[in-house]
Write a protein that binds this ligand. Structure first.
Ligand code: ADP
Ligand code: MG
Length: 378
């Protein structure tokens, strides 16, 4: 008889990425235990078991050890001590080691330098002395807190020494990275899945457009040359290999005057990989399940050009009162897919859902996606 534990996977984190993982795992015949302190977390709501507790709750972690076979996560801010504790008893992908590097921008940048991949110019800022060492011609720049930032949070744009001083105070003197603001030609990202035997496969390089530091649109495949796409995939594989990474990993890149810079690494599926839900035979969450359960790693099987658009909580607040947007605009279209995240409360800046438009001609798809978004918000 098979051990029933083998069919129970654990997801640390209950957001929308965790929710899509639960759906994929259940489709593939697995059950999922979700750990998340929020009783109404999107993934917790559809999990086989939701343990509603903190990520460092020993009783919860021991329950996972007693009932699950393998553990993964959907966000980089998971405490590494939690991963390390679980690693003593269970398969944990990605490892505490890999997550500890990419959850801290200073360690991440040092790692990228160590493996000789290009990053934009930056300074580590941990004190007033560090601030004084920043050359005058480094501005405009962006001060980014080393830990716990996402969707542009924990970042302050600065254009001179005085603003940098103030920004560092505003971030409570938290260790940070100061990045030179780059004139971006285009932003792209790529999602890679790597198995425990070192096999790997990529999703197409995607093109990303942000508004106020939050991803707004992803165009897949991205409109970059074959040679750039190829180089980006090589860089991504190098990162995964050097981290000894097992699971799904996303890397964001900046292209500036035709030069590629690594922006940041996410140890999980990525918002910019959501196109795969509608354009691939095996989406990024299917491959997260496969790498975690140590099943054969299949290729994504990309079959249809797709443009993805995020839907933020802001559009619930039109005209000074809260009301549901008119999603019929999307549901009436045959080549459009809507994915709601099951969040109870729409908040401004909060990712509530996304939609994707699939078809042949990318230019037409981009136009249609923008038109639909405009209709939804107006
Ligand atoms: P987050 O963790 O919030 O995604 P990022 O570092 O990726 O943080 O920054 C969010 C967005 O802000 C980027 O996708 C990009 O659009 C813009 N941005 C960040 N750093 C720079 C930079 N050095 N130069 C130009 N734009 C930047
Ligand atoms: Mg980013």
């Amino acid at each position: 008889m098979t051990n029933p534990k083998n069919k129970m996977l654990c997801m640390l984190g209950g957001g929308q990425l965790g929710r899509f993982f639960v759906m994929s795992a259940q489709n593939l015949g697995y059950e999922v235990t979700v750990l998340d302190p929020n009783p109404k977390s999107p993934a917790g709501l559809i999990a086989n078991i939701h343990i509603c507790a903190r990520y460092d709750d020993k009783i919860a972690l021991d329950q996972i050890i007693g009932t699950c076979s393998a553990v993964t996560t959907e966000f980089e801010n998971i405490p590494c001590d939690t991963l390390a504790y679980l690693e003593n008893s269970l398969v944990v992908h990605p490892s505490a080691h890999a997550v500890s590097i990419v959850q801290n921008r200073i360690k991440e940048k040092n790692f990228l330098e160590d493996i000789k991949l290009p990053t934009g110019p930056f300074h580590v800022i941990k004190s007033k002395e560090h601030i004084n060492l920043v050359p005058k011609n480094f501005y405009p720049a962006i001060l980014k807190k080393a830990e716990f930032g996402y969707d542009g949070k924990g970042q302050i744009h600065v254009s001179n020494l005085k603003e940098l001083d103030n920004a560092f105070v505003k971030l409570n003197h938290a260790p940070s990275i100061l990045e030179k603001k780059l004139p971006l030609d285009i932003e792209v990202s790529v999602v890679i899945a790597r198995s425990n035997t070192g096999n790997y496969t990529y999703f197409p390089v995607a093109e990303n457009q942000h508004i106020n530091g939050i991803l707004e649109t992803t165009i897949s495949p991205g409109r970059v040359s074959d040679s750039i796409a190829c180089q980006i995939k090589e860089y991504t594989h190098k990162i995964a290999k050097e981290l000894n990474y097992v699971g799904v990993l996303a890397v964001e890149f900046f292209i500036v005057n035709g030069n590629i810079f690594v922006n940041e690494i996410a140890p999980r599926p990525h918002n910019s990989g959501h196109f795969s839900l509608d354009s691939c035979k095996n989406n990024q969450f299917d491959l997260q399940v496969r790498t975690l359960a140590e099943l054969e790693l299949l290729d994504p099987g990309f079959h249809t050009n797709t443009v993805m658009v995020n839907i933020l909580g802001d559009i619930w607040y039109k005209g000074g009162r809260i009301h549901d947007p008119n999603f019929d605009i999307l549901l009436d279209e045959s080549n459009v897919n809507l994915h709601m995240y099951g969040k109870d409360e729409p908040r401004k800046g909060r990712k509530m859902a996304h939609f994707s438009v699939s078809g042949e001609n990318l230019t037409d798809l981009v136009l249609k996606a923008k038109t639909l978004k405009q209709k939804l918000v107006s």
